[in-house]
Design a protein around this ligand. Structure first.
Ligand SMILES: [Zn+2]
Ligand SMILES: [Zn+2]
Length: 503
């Protein structure tokens, strides 16, 4: 409640439009100091300062949009005038202190910060530049700060030409520790089709590596003293002029990494691009998401697809794809329908705006061909999602846990059924002894978060039993470090269960 109050207060404060915001922006300040968790709070936008007759205005954009829109020398249109992004805000501690050193694995897209690494923590591959000569180990990666624009009446042909091809932006991710789960989508005969890895509250990063047109010049030039982005007129100042500066934004969200296990040798890029937009559109259709709530990217030189819930807080649909054995059957039905394989559409050759094409994927239009993925889609309607816990499906795990419950406690089974039906992650164990506390919680989550669930039926109502329960549960909490969730049969226990939604 207090946090919510704080939040409302801060959001209220940030709505004021005074110029003093530039010096002190409370919400940003608290976030920077680590008082606000990044997740389940509105993501901080990036702002640009636009000089106007009466002092100036701030405009803000979501971070991933700002990475391009407020990038060096981009043109911003505001109230009928043209402005060019000229500089970045220089923090009191200086630009040098802000640089991150990152190692990117181009085999899987994994992001590592800090000292350079030679191998990837996620897939074990050697860390090296990709086939487009994008650098894997970067020393000057600057988290995006407030941009400052200058009025520009005329844009030269040269500038326009450079901007036309846009920026070279790469996407990377990292799982939160103990927050990843994997499963395989397999055919009725057991042939694996897709490997799925889901990461809750994972982080994604996007790096703007400079203008695409400037192939011979990587990153941006930045005068670290003034914050001015490279401009031929400023380039005499050698000491403070840095080259190869990359801009970065990050985000926390639920992600799903999909690896197709049998990709045709020919047309690999077209196959994976088509699969990307088909799955994205089908997931949106099945889970009734808006187009901007789910985003995707191809990673690792066409080996993997990364999907992420772009909406604030996330709708939690990606993890559901791993929980239900028949999850991909529904996705396949929607995909076959979207790609006109149920109701043929003569006029659609490779793809059209009714099926897979959209304004957002226009750069990939030449690659998208619905026929390439038909053989895969045809296998999915009878597929099952097999969780990688001891090779058992979610349904099998549920049955196994049901059998492990105390035969005298019907309430335990009611609770388990509720967890299963809500699509929450199933417990890792039932009635397992925790020796540090000398007790057996009814259900345990061990891998994601240490949570012990007790389902107290009427036998727990007596004062003696209550005292004993209290001692055991305190031991579990303080000696074994578990979060204890006690559900009493005579209370609204269903509401308490919702803490499992984030697992
Ligand atoms: Zn890797
Ligand atoms: Zn079509």
């Amino acid at each position: 409640m207090q946090l919510r109050y704080l939040w409302a207060l801060l959001v209220g404060l940030t709505e004021s439009k005074s110029n003093s915001e530039f010096e002190f922006y409370p919400y940003r300040y608290f976030a920077a100091e680590g008082f606000l968790p990044g997740f389940n709070f509105p993501r901080l936008p990036v702002r640009a300062y636009i000089p106007t007759k009466d002092g100036g205005e701030f405009i803000s954009r979501p971070r991933t949009v700002a990475l391009r829109e407020f990038a060096p020398s981009n043109i911003v249109y505001y109230e009928g005038s043209k402005f060019m992004v000229a500089k970045t805000k220089v923090p009191v501690s200086g630009i040098d202190s802000q640089y991150k050193r990152v190692s990117i694995c181009f085999n899987c897209g994994y992001f590592h910060e800090g000292d350079f690494r030679d191998t990837c923590e996620n897939c074990g591959a050697r860390i090296k530049d990709d086939r487009y000569q994008n650098i894997a180990k970067l020393t000057r990666v600057l988290p995006m700060e407030t941009a400052i624009a200058r009025r520009r009446e005329r844009i030269t042909c040269d500038e326009e030409e450079r901007l036309k091809y846009g920026y070279n932006v790469t996407t990377h991710f990292r799982y939160a520790s103990r927050k990843q789960e994997s499963a395989t989508v397999q055919t009725a005969e057991g042939t694996p089709l897709l490997r799925l890895t889901c990461g809750a509250t994972a982080k994604i990063w996007r790096i703007n590596r400079g203008l695409k047109k400037n192939i011979d010049e990587r990153g941006f030039k930045l005068d670290t003293k003034t914050g001015f982005w490279g401009d031929p007129r400023n380039e005499q100042a050698t000491d403070s002029l840095h080259t190869e500066v990359n801009l970065m934004v990050d985000d926390t969200c639920n992600i799903l990494v999909v690896e197709p296990l049998s990709v045709p040798a020919e047309n690999r890029e077209a196959f994976i691009a088509t699969l990307q937009y088909t799955l994205e559109t089908a997931i949106q259709a099945v889970y009734k998401l808006e187009a901007d709530e789910l985003d995707s990217e191809r990673l690792g030189e066409d080996k993997y697809l990364l999907f992420w819930e772009a909406a604030e807080g996330g709708a939690g649909v990606l993890s559901q794809l791993l929980e239900k054995p028949e999850a991909f059957q529904k996705i396949a039905a929607a995909a076959l329908d979207i790609c006109h394989f149920k109701q043929p559409k003569e006029s659609c050759v490779q793809a059209c705006y009714e099926c897979l094409l959209s304004y957002r994927n226009q750069f990939d239009h030449a690659l998208i061909d619905r026929h390439l993925i038909k053989p895969l889609l045809d296998q999915l309607p009878v597929s099952t999602v097999v969780g990688n816990f001891e090779g058992k499906s979610c349904e099998e795990r549920y049955q196994q846990l049901l059998q492990q419950t105390d035969p005298n406690s019907n309430f335990e089974r009611v609770v388990l059924q509720e967890i299963y039906q809500r699509g929450y992650k199933l417990p890792d164990a039932a009635q397992e002894l925790i020796s540090e506390a000398n007790c057996k919680p009814d259900f345990l989550y061990k891998t994601d978060a240490a949570i012990a669930i007790f389902c107290d039926g009427s036998v727990h109502d007596s004062p003696d039993k209550r005292r004993q329960d209290q001692i055991e549960r305190d031991n579990l909490r303080y000696n074994a470090g578990y979060t204890v969730l006690t559900l009493r049969h005579d209370e609204d226990w269903g509401a308490k269960l919702s803490i499992l939604a984030s697992l």
